[in-house]
Design a protein around this ligand. Structure first.
Ligand code: R5P
Length: 295
């Protein structure tokens, strides 16, 4: 098995290789003046299981193209098995046709990966695991979804949130956050989020909880505008919560998101390294390496 970090995940790819006791094999890449990507693969791929590590944010379209170029080239040059590790999988949120005529973007990306010869795709906290499972029968490529939430919860436990309450800001992640809450040991609750499919606006239903002075960790897959987290933080602070941490797997903050979270009263903001960010970061390299050992 060789680990090949893509241009979007040099640091994480290297960390995964080191977890496996290996040196990564780097590619050559350039961006042409017109914005196109150039990829040259190393020549050690023949007969190997080639693990490509390439996240797909920010700038998802370019990063997906680079991954496709890497996979197809490795296949052309005799790789035996191609494993695409997409720490953050762009377009996974468009996993259904919510309105007539919408592109099923998630399915299109999966189709592209299979078409260039990817045998296995590993993602971390994909937006909706059920959607991935429903699409799986269409493909011979195997899809694997790992969760970083236990790694994050263990980190929070060691960083002054032992015994904290765990909260899912959305019903969609209720089951997994309920399991994760056992790590912190302080109880579990969830809020509900309702989205207007035409305007895209969401409303949060904040439940009354008995939280006076209690620390809370909110777990979500993504921080983007910071709207979901900040509404949850506000709701918790209004109920007298102590310290509140906003914890996510994928930090994709748009400008202003950070201020929104801080203004809402976030005491800590923590994310993983699926995407590079300025937040306090917990690495998923060990999680991915451990899974790769089982393939
Ligand atoms: C949505 O269903 C996701 O689980 C996240 O809650 C959402 O993507 C976060 O986005 P934002 O930070 O823009 O509220």
């Amino acid at each position: 098995m060789i680990i090949v970090p893509g241009p979007a995940s040099n640091i994480l790819g290297e960390a995964i290789a080191h977890e496996l006791g290996q040196e990564p094999v780097f590619i050559t890449n350039r961006i042409f003046p017109d914005g196109e990507s150039y990829i040259q693969m190393p020549n050690e791929v023949e007969g190997e299981t080639v693990v490509l590590v390439q996240t797909t944010a920010p700038d998802p379209d370019r990063k997906i193209m680079q991954l496709l170029f890497m996979a197809r080239t490795a296949k052309d040059f005799g790789a035996e098995r191609i494993v695409a590790v997409m720490p953050y999988m762009a377009y996974a949120r468009q996993d259904k046709r919510f309105l007539e005529g919408e592109a099923l973007s998630f399915d299109v990306v999966l189709g592209l990966l299979e078409s260039v010869g990817v045998d296995d795709t590993i993602v971390i906290d994909v937006h909706c695991e059920e959607a991935l499972e429903e699409l799986q029968p269409k493909y011979t490529m195997k899809m694997h979804n790992l969760t970083a939430l236990f790694v994050l919860a263990k980190y929070m436990k060691q960083h002054s949130y032992d015994g904290a309450y765990s909260l899912s800001p959305d019903i969609g992640r209720k089951k997994i956050v309920e399991r994760v809450s056992e790590v912190l040991g302080g109880g579990f609750a969830f809020f509900e989020k309702v989205r207007d499919r035409y305007t895209g606006k969401t409303t949060m239903i904040v439940k009354d909880l008995d939280l006076k002075g209690k620390n809370v960790v909110i777990f979500d897959d993504i921080i983007s505008s910071g709207g979901t987290m900040s509404r949850a933080i506000q709701g918790l602070k209004e109920q007298g919560a102590g310290k509140v941490a906003a914890v996510c797997t994928h930090a994709l903050p748009v400008p202003g998101a950070n201020e929104k979270l801080r203004n809402a009263g976030a005491d800590d903001i923590v994310a993983t390294d699926t995407v590079e960010s300025l937040y306090e970061t917990v690495s998923i390299a060990g999680l991915v390496a451990e899974y790769l050992r089982t393939l």
